[in-house]
Design a protein around this ligand. Structure first.
Ligand SMILES: [Zn+2]
Length: 71
């Protein structure tokens, strides 16, 4: 798997950068858009960049670039 492929990917919704979430084995599992709070699954190393296939993230982003701190 060429990781540069994933590096080049942007969110199909907002064209923003995506964060790669890995599973416990260190394998690419999901590409997450912090702006849209959407997660795009990576199946067999191939990202599924379809908004219709994305799932809504609920406070489970891998590493938000600028996590708001409230209180
Ligand atoms: Zn987005």
């Amino acid at each position: 798997m060429d990781h540069r492929l994933i590096d080049l990917l942007v969110c199909p919704v907002c064209k923003g950068p995506l964060q790669l979430a890995r599973n416990a084995a260190g394998q690419p599992q999901e590409l997450q858009c912090p702006a849209d709070r959407l997660g795009f699954a990576v199946r067999d190393g191939i990202p599924v960049m379809l908004e219709s296939e994305a799932r809504v993230l609920d406070g489970e982003l891998a590493s938000p670039p600028s996590a708001p701190t409230l209180g």
